[in-house]
Design a protein around this ligand. Structure first.
Ligand SMILES: [Zn+2]
Ligand SMILES: [Zn+2]
Length: 346
């Protein structure tokens, strides 16, 4: 396989991952999501009806109904990265004298990550049920802006507790609803936000650690072989000094799977680190993604996330009705509030 073909496969794969992760990481109405919807709406009238119906059914099945596809995809990607790491990076790094302790750290992170992933997928996010409704409705007061007393969920046929939302995918109301995450096939709510934040952190740690070990390996190869100061013979038979571009191309062709994995890990690291920081800022101010999303839609009568019109975002992460101070806000993530504590609120 020549360099251009390999590079083309690489770019297409990474771009596909970007689209999938951005659109379905949880917030459906990101700028990318809106553009995606626009493109689909533009081209769908030209597609045959059977193709449109097949596409709509597939999208509905994949993203609007609970299913484990993204959990399998998630495990498959992790399996591929760890197989490559164990199969090639580990052995080469040993030859470059990297210590065993450093090389075993990714396995420790993987064990921790799988525990958190399991907890994210399996723990109840805080489903509002008839049996618990009387207490659930007393946990948070209504702010009168985003949440109003007496609002009914027509599907669950229950008065919505403040900060709750009905998840269309899971078909249930969830306390302190944050978002529905397809990657864990579960809602993120009052009872599992702590696992979700730690899970994001564990993915960043895994991706970052393996990326650093891989970079260290490739730098060692470049230094030990003296690639930066070598020469090559071009098509005209002239000797040319190797530059950065030549070294990158050489590494790509010599270690295609390792360089491929490194690019993917760097992408995952920066994407999820940004996503984690976004959630951390929300947690520090005691907001949820759902509240952030709803608050941004407020402004003038035309301001609505779906219309694409927004005159002035009214969301301030440091101020808010439920903000009780940084430490108490963070504590609330790890020890969800109980109704008995209601009087202490504010
Ligand atoms: Zn509901
Ligand atoms: Zn859900």
């Amino acid at each position: 396989m020549d360099f251009l073909t390999l590079f083309g496969v690489y770019v297409v794969t990474v771009l596909t991952c970007i689209v999938l992760v951005c659109k379905y990481a949880g917030q459906e109405q990101t700028a990318l999501g809106r553009n995606y919807t626009r493109v689909i709406n533009t081209f769908s009238p030209y597609a045959p009806s059977w193709l449109r119906s097949l596409f709509n059914r597939a999208v509905h099945r994949l993203f609007h109904e609970r299913n484990n596809l993204f959990i399998y995809l998630h495990l498959l990607l992790e399996g591929a990265v760890y197989t490559e790491y164990s199969y090639e990076v580990f052995g080469y790094s040993r030859e470059m004298d990297t210590t065993l302790t450093n090389l075993y750290i990714p396995y420790g992170l993987l064990a921790l990550h799988l525990c958190l992933f399991y907890l994210c997928c399996s723990r109840d996010p805080g489903t509002v049920t008839k049996a618990k409704h009387a207490t659930q409705v007393k946990v948070y007061p209504y702010d009168g802006e985003l949440f109003h007393p007496g609002e009914n969920c027509p599907t669950c046929n229950l008065v919505k507790p403040a900060r709750s939302k009905h998840c269309r995918v899971c078909n249930r109301c969830v306390q302190r609803f944050d978002h529905h995450c397809v990657w864990v096939n579960n809602c993120v709510g009052a009872q599992n936000t702590r696992y979700f934040l730690l899970y994001l952190l564990s993915v960043c740690a895994m991706a970052g650690d393996i990326a650093i070990l891989t970079l260290d390996l490739l730098l060692n190869v470049v230094v030990r072989t003296g690639l930066m100061h070598a020469h090559y013979v071009d098509a005209d038979g002239q000797q040319q000094p190797t530059g950065f571009a030549f070294v990158v191309q050489h590494l790509f062709l010599t270690f295609p799977r390792i360089v491929f994995m490194l690019g993917f890990l760097i992408f995952v690291f920066f994407l999820l680190a940004g996503y984690f920081l976004f959630h951390l800022v929300l947690a520090v101010g005691n907001h949820t993604s759902n509240e952030w999303y709803k608050a941004r839609g407020r402004g003038c009568q035309h301001c609505h996330p779906y219309s694409g019109h927004r005159c002035r975002p009214s969301f301030n992460p440091l101020r808010g009705f439920y903000n009780r101070g940084v430490l108490k806000n963070l504590r609330e993530i790890f020890v969800p509030l109980k109704p008995l504590r209601k009087k202490k609120h504010k």
